[in-house]
Design a protein around this ligand. Sequence first.
Ligand SMILES: C[S@@+](CC[C@H](N)C(=O)[O-])C[C@H]1O[C@@H](n2cnc3c(N)ncnc32)[C@H](O)[C@@H]1O
Length: 375
Amino acid sequence: MDLRIEKLISGAYGLAHDEEGRAILVKSALEGETVRCKSISRRANVLVSEDYEILKPSEMRIAPSCPHYGKCGGCDFLCVSESTSSLLKTMMVKENLNRITKIDDTSFFLPPSYSSFPSFRSRCRLHVDLRTKEIGFLQRGSNSLHPLSDCPALTGRINDLLKSRDEILKEAQRRRLLYGINKKTGYVEVPVQDGDDGFSLNDRIITAGGYSINANCFFQSNLALLPEMLSFVKENAVGSVIMDLYSGVGTFSRLFEGEGKTVYAVEKNPQCLSLSKKNAPTAHSFTSDALLFSKKVRERVDTLIVDPPRVGLENAIIPILLSWNAERIIYVSCDSTTAARDLSFFNGYRISRAKVFDFYPGSFHEECVFILSKI
Ligand SMILES: C[S@@+](CC[C@H](N)C(=O)[O-])C[C@H]1O[C@@H](n2cnc3c(N)ncnc32)[C@H](O)[C@@H]1O
């Protein structure tokens, strides 16, 4: 079946309609392209095609710079340059805002920031087959392993680990005994974090950009772009009381060290919070679920920073956050669909600035910071 791609939507899918008007999502197909689908499958009520021939390519399309592209599930958007990727992701974020919050005027968006693709990624989760001793990512759209001995997205040090294999296999053995194998895939997952002074595969602490981190705790994976995002967050914070919810290893709390501000760091993972205490020693740090903690807050809050996981904020927390009446809310999001849903409930605020930081060139993942000012 031949289809014309109408537009690119979240997840790096090209949206098209067949003759009967049924929507079909074509993975990594770009607006304006004509494709011939070789197969179409139904996934969670949506028709999806991953196997197609491009009859008329977009002018934006480039040859992928990785020999594994198309087979390996690590990247699914290596078909455009880094600058185009950041512009297309900005367009997708704007579209989600339009659709979900009904905001038409998105002139508050600043130009996106991006990094180059090679070696951008300092953090990943490798899958290990302990029977064959193979290491890699899952194949695209599958639970089978795509073995790798090199990956252009990963830093040089992680590539060295992939080549020598011993350290990762040893950690995989240890994790198999501790946590077992992933029942869906049959593999063991090993988190890898690269830093300035070495790597971590577990709770071994290393440093990156002045932060103490380890592989077990979340940390942003594009270290080249991180300083720019941190500056953006800091320059938009106002007042002297900062509430950093979903604070991880204190990534944002640390920005205010030595500034005489009162900072609260709230994170439910105790391992992350103990690193947060090292990174932002003067912040008041709490190991807690954000919702439970927020119910107890009686203090004034000038700037509220939220950086929730992909699922976004819990419904119940939003009225509590609004009741604090903070002058500024900074919403850091890795999924603009859930962010737009949440932002539609932030009555009394307007988005004054927004900016995409393309932390994951080569993949559909987006990262966007929304600055909300009180009306
Ligand atoms: C996207 S990460 C952001 C971490 C940090 N702000 C950063 O940029 O490095 C989200 C963090 O929220 C934490 N988290 C998830 N659900 C939570 C909850 N209900 N309450 C508190 N923290 C939570 C996770 O452990 C994770 O560290």
